[in-house]
Ligand binder design. Structure first.
Ligand code: NAD
Ligand code: UDP
Length: 343
């Protein structure tokens, strides 16, 4: 049963979204920290369309109001502008704990704040989960494997992380957040889920967040040089956001409570990826090589056998299909805002 259309389609949300009506007994109250960000806003859409009550908690450090504005007047939606490093009292059934800047320029902008967000923020959300007996899912990251010596990376690999490098505020923050999740599970019986997310892209990535997919697309669409950090031989494997959201949903709803990699094993060198974006956009951009960033992982590719086995999940959207949607999105953003100079 459909409740009609939600508000007005916006440039970032060109499709009118419809919600299912659930009986009260089936409707969950779900908190999404970081719900105004790239991944969180897509997760908000999915859970709202399923008919649940969604509370987005966000401090708008990297999130944008326009990512969630289409739900603002819906009776099942609430927005709380709040910093997750401060405690909060709420009554919820489930917590998707995403709040944390995710792109290297953003998480390195204020490393101490990034550490506080992962540590104090996760403690606060675990305290909330304990008080109200909510299930809690942490969005961890492939970065916990650091510069991996095992390739592809299974969940059993313990990683190779520099504790004092420029990426450590994020990597070590997420590692200790994982530790907290299992300490609370073992000590207090909290029902936990941990997703280790690999590079994800799609509409609503912040145009200035400096990640490789948004940078290359924005540069290519403006016929500006595509900036490769280092010689471009480092690899990444790229997942489209709808696949990730389906994986997070399956993980939360299933019973498997150990860490699970969520990513698309389709692996590219950064140099080949730059050529691919040039081809697919038909751009005349040159490629420019800039100095490598410190501690940049040399290779990354998920082993997703756990997700396949335990969640019956695997990515469905090819990198090409995902890129076409993302390119269309950034073309609209550029039409609206004129020139963008990526970070
Ligand atoms: P994003 O930067 O778009 O979203 C993060 C959101 O958290 C933003 O809305 C931001 O305003 C909010 N936030 C940050 N600090 C906060 C704080 N102290 N209090 C409240 N809100 C705060 O990033 P994203 O790509 O959507 O990432 C979401 C989650 O997924 C993060 O936890 C990230 O570590 C994880 N992840 C993402 C990727 C990826 O490729 N996108 C890969 C691995 C892990
Ligand atoms: N990268 C690049 N040019 C850019 C942005 C990123 O060459 O304009 C490289 C970066 O050095 C890394 C890879 O692309 O090797 C992926 O970077 P991103 O910031 O997207 O995510 P990461 O996997 O490093 O967190």
């Amino acid at each position: 049963k459909l409740l009609g259309s939600q508000s007005i389609p916006t440039p970032s949300n060109p499709h009118v979204m419809k919600t299912t009506i659930l009986p009260d007994s089936k409707r969950k109250k779900i908190l999404i920290t970081g719900g105004a960000g790239f991944v969180g806003s897509h997760l908000t859409d999915k859970l709202m369309m399923e008919g649940h009550e969604v509370i987005v908690l966000d401090n708008f450090f990297t999130g944008q109001k326009k990512n969630i504005e289409h739900w603002m007047h819906h009776p099942h939606f609430s927005l709380i502008v709040h910093d997750v490093t401060e405690p909060i009292m709420l009554e919820v059934d489930e917590i998707f704990h995403l709040a944390c800047p995710a792109s290297p320029p953003h998480y390195q902008y204020n490393p101490v704040k990034t550490i506080k967000t992962s540590t104090m923020g996760t403690i606060n959300m675990l305290g909330l989960a304990k008080r109200v007996k909510a299930k809690i899912l942490l969005t961890s990251t492939s970065e916990i494997y650091g510069d991996p010596k095992v390739h592809p990376q299974p969940e059993s690999y313990w990683g190779n992380v520099n504790t004092i490098g420029p990426r450590s505020c994020y990597d070590e923050g997420k590692r200790v957040a994982e530790t907290m999740m299992y300490s609370y599970k073992n000590q207090n019986g909290i029902d936990v889920r941990v997703a280790r997310i690999f590079n994800t892209f799609g509409p609503r990535m912040h145009p200035n967040d400096g990640r490789v997919v948004s940078n290359f697309i924005i540069q290519a669409l403006q016929d500006k040089p595509l900036t490769i950090y280092g010689d471009g031989s480092q690899t990444r494997s790229f997942q489209y956001v709808s696949d990730l959201v389906n994986g997070l949903h399956a993980l939360m709803d299933g019973s498997y409570d150990l860490p699970v990699n969520l990513g698309n094993p389709d692996e590219y060198t950064v140099k080949d990826f730059a050529e691919y974006i040039k081809d697919i956009t038909g751009s005349d951009s040159e490629i420019s090589f800039l100095p490598a960033t410190k501690d940049d992982p040399t290779q990354r590719k998920p082993d997703i056998s756990t997700a396949k086995r335990e969640l019956n999940w695997e990515p469905k959207v090819t990198v090409k299909e995902g890129l076409e949607k993302t390119i269309a999105y950034f073309s609209r953003v550029l039409d609206e805002s004129g020139e963008i100079i990526p970070t």
